[in-house]
Design a protein around this ligand. Structure first.
Ligand code: PEP
Length: 248
């Protein structure tokens, strides 16, 4: 399966940073990647980024509202992301779950909104450090997966991102054996829920992926790509991670 290397810029970036996307475009045009590439900048940058990257890679949002439009001050719908040039949206990121109390049910509603608008939903799940220490990593991930991914999921436009909360932005990563264990468990859950369709879903790993550890992480069984925060902000770093993806 062709891997997906996705960048999450979080609340970072102004128009001055479009130069990083332009650098990415030029590098990828000259050396086509062996993986699919996606950058999720702040929503304000999606439209200008779309104009700047000439289709060389894909763009996504970092969240969306479940409704298509309405009186929801400050929110952005999946349809608006699509209109701006996005083809995907990150949903249920642990920062959204933590700071905005997003529940699994809310994430599932947003996933339906993404599919309604024709976007790919990248649904994030992952345990806290306390939950891992308590031996609950697998059950927490399974519970979030069941609650956040609707039964009638559009499998062709779904990816899962396993992001242990304690590894995000900390420079700490699980061992390769731990990543393999969780990804294997997620795969078994997807197979039991969606049958053969669950075999083709990409399960991304996210949490302190960088140019130094990407090659090892991306070769772990059932890892179908990476969701990258800090190391996606600079084209030079992100290009090294893209280059580390094994060919399909
Ligand atoms: C993320 O925010 O999804 C993430 C993985 O961040 P970082 O790579 O910076 O840990």
């Amino acid at each position: 399966m062709r891997q997906l290397i996705a960048g999450n810029w979080k609340m970072n970036g102004t128009r001055a940073d479009l130069k990083e996307l332009a650098a990415l475009r030029v590098a990828l045009a000259g050396n086509p990647p062996g993986a699919d590439v996606l950058i999720c900048p702040p929503a304000t940058l999606i439209a200008p980024a779309f104009a700047a990257i000439a289709g060389e890679f894909a763009l996504g949002g970092q969240d969306c509202h479940a409704q298509a439009s309405g009186a929801f001050t400050g929110d952005i719908s999946a349809e608006m992301l699509k209109d701006a040039g996005a083809s995907a949206v990150i949903l249920g990121h642990s920062e959204r779950r933590r700071y905005y109390a997003e529940t699994d049910a809310a994430v599932a509603a947003k996933a339906r909104a993404a599919w309604r608008a024709g976007l790919t939903a990248i649904v994030c799940i992952g345990e806290t450090e306390g939950e891992r220490v308590a031996g609950k990593a697998l059950s927490i991930c399974e519970g979030q997966l069941v609650g956040s991914v609707p039964e009638d999921a559009v499998l062709a436009r779904l990816a899962i991102a396993y992001e242990p909360v304690w590894a995000i932005g900390t420079g700490r990563t699980p061992t390769e054996a731990d990543i393999a264990e969780v990804h294997g468990h997620i795969r078994r859950c997807l197979l039991s829920r969606f049958g053969a369709g669950g075999a083709a879903l990409r399960i991304l790993y996210g949490g302190s992926v960088n140019p130094g550890n990407a090659a090892a992480i991306l070769r772990v069984g059932d890892v179908g790509g990476a969701l990258v925060g800090g190391a996606s902000l600079k084209a030079a770093d992100f290009l090294q991670i893209i280059a580390a993806a094994p060919a399909a």
